[in-house]
Design a protein around this ligand. Structure first.
Ligand SMILES: [Zn+2]
Length: 304
């Protein structure tokens, strides 16, 4: 098992590096930005894991609210996406997620999402597999047509009842009458202070519990069923792409380095260098909507 003691892997931000052994390929070969070299490896790979992060969604216009200049009112994600914030100010946290839901409902997959989905469909016909392990909570990979998606941080378009635990897909806009036209992000906008009984509530008979977004808040552990699937993919993949992730949100930040430590080629696609770049065999700098379509296009050796 790759993710030892995974129960302790609560979602969090950490700047320190993990202690992952570098793979044998890094001992003998320098990191490459040679696309034809990557393409040669890609053409032979049977099980490809693509780890995606906020950078992919950002190219569709979806903010993450993690940077100093990317605030919702006075706050960043890590101030509002916590169990404590939700229990203290459920109205404010719901306004924040309502805003994010409405934004995501109006965005479209970009060239990176489409290249990944097209690659998955094409390779499936050849008996090869592509899995997307995503930190994104929007629905853009599925909208692009990707089928094999593991959403490790949950989904903006699902709710979970805090009383009965029922999880439901919910794309209603607005999600409830009281949130209509609420959630404006400006720094001077006052809280709507919606009474808790007017926030989204459970439809189950005799429950009517408060709903929350079915996303993993900072400080919460990831879904163990999804982590089991992620572990299996990490153990069997023979090529990994790490796309648009800042590599500072754990535990996902260590997935790429863990795979690289098995000697599997791992290629990073990002606009910037990240704290984990040094672990990878390949690195392609630039918008992933530009680099991924080149990387994942049909190779001349593909006959179907
Ligand atoms: Zn319920």
């Amino acid at each position: 098992m790759l993710l030892h003691n995974r129960a302790v892997f609560a979602l969090g931000l950490r700047m320190c590096s993990t202690h992952v052994k570098r793979g044998p390929s890094m001992d003998t070969k320098r990191q490459s930005s040679d696309m034809s070299d990557f393409r040669e490896i890609f053409s032979k790979a049977k099980h490809i894991a693509i780890i995606t992060g906020a950078g992919v969604s950002a190219e569709s216009g979806i903010p993450t609210f993690r940077g100093e200049h990317e605030k919702w009112r006075k706050w960043q994600s890590q101030d509002l996406a916590t169990p404590e914030a939700f229990s203290r100010t459920p109205s404010r946290v719901w306004e924040f997620y309502h805003y994010r839901r409405e934004l995501a409902l109006n965005k479209k997959p970009n060239a990176a999402h489409l290249a990944i989905a097209e690659c998955e469909a094409r390779l499936r016909k050849q008996g090869r597999s592509v899995v997307i392990i995503t930190q994104c909570i929007d629905d853009l990979h599925r909208q692009a047509g990707s089928k094999h998606v593991l959403k490790i941080h949950g989904s903006l378009m699902e709710t979970r009842c805090v009383s009965c635990g029922d999880v439901t897909v919910n794309k209603r806009s607005p999600i409830c009458a009281a949130l209509k036209d609420k959630g404006a992000p400006g720094p001077d906008v006052a809280d709507a202070q919606i009474p808790v009984d007017k926030l989204p509530r459970c439809d189950e008979i005799d429950c009517h519990g408060l709903l929350r977004p079915n996303v993993v808040f900072f400080g919460e552990t990831l879904d163990s069923h999804i982590l089991t699937k992620v572990e299996k993919e990490m153990e069997t993949c023979d090529l990994c792409l790490v796309v648009g992730t800042s590599a500072i949100v754990y535990p996902a930040a260590m997935f790429g380095p863990q795979i690289a430590s098995r000697g599997v080629p791992v290629a990073e696609f990002n606009t910037n260098t990240t704290p984990k770049s040094e672990y990878f065999t390949h690195r392609f700098q630039g918008p992933c909507g530009t680099t991924l379509p080149l990387a994942l296009a049909r190779h001349e050796s593909e006959i179907i």
